[in-house]
Design a protein around this ligand. Structure first.
Ligand code: SME
Length: 156
């Protein structure tokens, strides 16, 4: 179960991305809406699979030097290769963490799964420790399903 405000966000994203006709704009609109949900979401964006690595897509937040990420590196690489959401309460104690900003304390990465294929992922950093909980995970996994459905419609 997710809260009413989270349900509202999922519904808003469904409606908004239905209007968008390119991958770039679908991802941008989704990132903007997700980012607006919480003041504790301090970097909100997408990485997409391009060949054998991840490339940064639309995001809201400080510029990142990690524009390309190998599947063997980072929290991002871990989520894409494990094909499961990775939630890190304290990035400083996770040796996989690749820092985009020195102020980041916690992170969640949710893969965009098309069956067993990872198309990319939603990545959110927070400056608050342990900012992400079960409801964020559930909400973002629902958003991931919507984004995958819309990207497949566009590409069909
Ligand atoms: N922290 C990520 C890298 C991406 S930046 O946060 C935007 C990671 O460890 O994979």
């Amino acid at each position: 179960m997710i809260s009413d405000e989270r349900r509202q966000l999922v519904d808003n994203i469904r409606i908004a991305i239905a209007e968008e006709k390119t991958e770039e704009t679908v991802l941008r609109v989704a990132a903007e809406l997700i980012d607006g949900f919480s003041e504790g979401y301090n970097w909100t964006g997408f990485y997409m699979m391009r060949g054998d690595h991840l490339e940064v897509g639309p995001y809201i937040g400080p510029e990142t030097e990690h524009t390309k990420i190998d599947l063997s590196s980072g929290i991002c690489g871990a989520a894409a290769s494990q094909k499961e959401t990775v939630l890190v309460d304290d990035v400083k104690s996770d040796e996989r963490f690749l820092a985009c900003s020195l102020t980041t304390r916690s992170e969640i990465v949710v893969p965009l799964m098309d069956g067993s294929v990872c198309m990319g992922e939603i990545d959110i950093d927070s400056d608050q420790p342990a900012h992400f909980g079960r409801e964020d995970k559930e909400m973002l996994e629902e958003v991931a399903v919507l984004v995958v459905e819309r990207l497949k419609e566009i590409n069909s």
